[in-house]
Write a protein that binds this ligand. Structure first.
Ligand code: SF4
Length: 457
């Protein structure tokens, strides 16, 4: 079969990290590896210059697989509609990805034939097999069927290594901040913690499981890039596993530089592990600090304290590892809370921060709690980007809330000491490139401020 695997573009409405990072579509590379007997092409519509209809005419797909986040729901439906029109309904359309796994009903659409909500790789392989042989799909596959119980998800991951050659023509465009060029690697799935705002844990139905380390290392040995972005929801779960990973890096003499996700409590309590990992290439950790206030951390079921966050930031700094801090901004915040966070971040001397207004993502515990307080309807999917204010702030106007986000962000990142340190480490050119990206995000925010000022005037 001729198969197109498609990563959709972002909507202009989405306030996007795509201005400071574009990573390879790893899930599509895995799908391609599952069906080597077919003629598979991966299309990255973030980077493609040609229109989707031109690409359809070029590749003439018999089956199209889409992946995407919540922000892509309407875009995928639109692309599926174009594919059906172009093929006069003969092209089979399939959608999967993290949002389809958790809220598959959002993809109910006349132009989408299959919504994959469990065991993505095997289910897609089954669909391709059934469609290419003209056979019916077994009823126990991971397809969403309205009104039927959700299929069970497997707690193991067995798959061939991703087919990275399929995106070789886009390779030079993939990067993450200063990690350039960089390759993604997945070693585990889910997370054993239960933060109430977290979407990741819902994808695996709250299970946590790992790939065998041997298999991970064999894959790592095949990757030529030095920069590796480990996209596990939480790589720092098990002290012994992280140490074994370090042992293997040493034993195989692998010289890589790693960007990972990890929790503050692990970092604070396992300083020796972080120190050793740093000598073997750990370069940056994305840490969900979430807040400087115990009250918020408790509300989010984070199982952490501000003091542990502080210790983790200090530990990373001592070990020469960057902390990319993510923070959730409370919907009940006033100017005092923004000031308190600014003071705390300045004291911690953080340079990399990602500020997210609290977003009750559908499918999460907090997503069901706040359903009635939304200012952005659920169907405006492109605005559910963890940057828009989807809930009505309770103490500030919308314009003023967005303004607080912009000023807080720049008061941390535009300190002369922070800028100088980045230029010294990464050079002027890379910094200028990133500044252009982040100023696009700022412009998107400024437009929100102006639009909302006009509305209230
Ligand atoms: S620790 Fe991180 S990945 Fe794990 S549940 Fe909490 S927010 Fe999600």
């Amino acid at each position: 079969m001729r198969i197109l695997l498609v990563r959709p573009p972002s909507s202009p409405e989405t306030i996007g990290l795509q201005h400071v990072m574009i990573c390879e579509p790893l899930e599509l590379e895995y799908l391609a590896a599952m069906i080597p007997e077919h003629q598979v092409t991966i299309i990255d519509l973030i980077l493609e210059k040609k229109s989707f209809t031109d690409l359809l005419a070029t590749y003439k797909p018999e089956l199209i697989g889409f992946t995407g986040y919540i922000t892509h729901v309407n875009i995928i439906k639109n692309l599926a509609s174009q594919a059906k029109k172009w093929s006069v309904n003969s092209c089979v359309t399939v959608v999967g990805g993290v949002h389809a796994e958790v809220v598959p009903e959002d993809f109910t659409d006349i132009n989408l034939d299959y919504v994959v909500c469990a065991n993505g790789l095997e289910t897609f392989q089954e669909i391709v097999r059934a469609e290419s042989q003209g056979e019916p799909l077994p009823t126990d596959t991971g397809i969403y069927r309205k009104g039927k119980p959700k299929p069970l998800k497997k707690k193991t991951f067995i798959a061939p290594h991703p087919d990275r050659d399929k995106v070789a023509r886009y390779k030079k465009h993939y990067y993450y901040l200063f990690h350039n060029p960089c390759t993604l690697l997945k070693t585990s799935f889910g997370c054993p913690f239960d933060c109430s705002f977290c979407f990741c844990r819902e994808i695996t139905d709250h299970a946590y499981f790992c790939r065998p380390l041997d298999d991970v290392m064999v894959e790592l040995e095949t990757i030529s890039d030095q920069e590796i972005y480990i996209v596990d929801d939480n790589f720092l779960v098990n002290r012994e596993r992280v140490l074994s990973f370090c042992d293997e890096l040493e034993r195989r003499n692998l010289k890589k530089r790693f960007l990972i996700y990890g929790r503050a409590d692990f970092i604070a309590q396992n300083r020796d592990v972080i120190k050793r990992f740093a000598t073997l290439g750990l370069r940056a950790v994305i840490v969900g600090l979430e807040s400087c206030r115990s009250k918020d951390l408790k509300q989010y079921h984070k199982g952490n304290l501000p003091s542990i966050n502080e210790e983790a930031v200090a530990t990373l700094a001592d070990c020469g590892v960057d902390c990319y801090a993510t923070l959730i901004l409370g919907i009940d915040w006033g100017i005092a809370e923004f000031k308190e966070l600014k003071k705390w971040l300045l004291n911690l001397n953080l340079v990399f921060i990602n500020l997210q207004p609290f977003t009750p993502l559908p499918g999460t515990l907090m997503g069901t709690i706040h359903n009635e307080q939304l200012r952005v309807p659920r169907a405006a999917y492109e605005k559910w980007d963890l940057a828009h204010l989807v809930m009505q702030p309770t103490r500030l106007s919308v314009a003023s809330y967005y303004w607080q986000i912009i000023t807080l962000y720049y008061s941390i990142t535009l300190r002369p000491s922070a800028i100088w340190s980045l230029i010294r480490r990464f050079g002027l050119y890379e910094n200028l490139q990133l500044s252009v990206g982040s100023s696009r995000v700022t412009w998107q925010y400024l437009k929100k401020v102006l639009r909302n000022l006009v509305k209230t005037a």
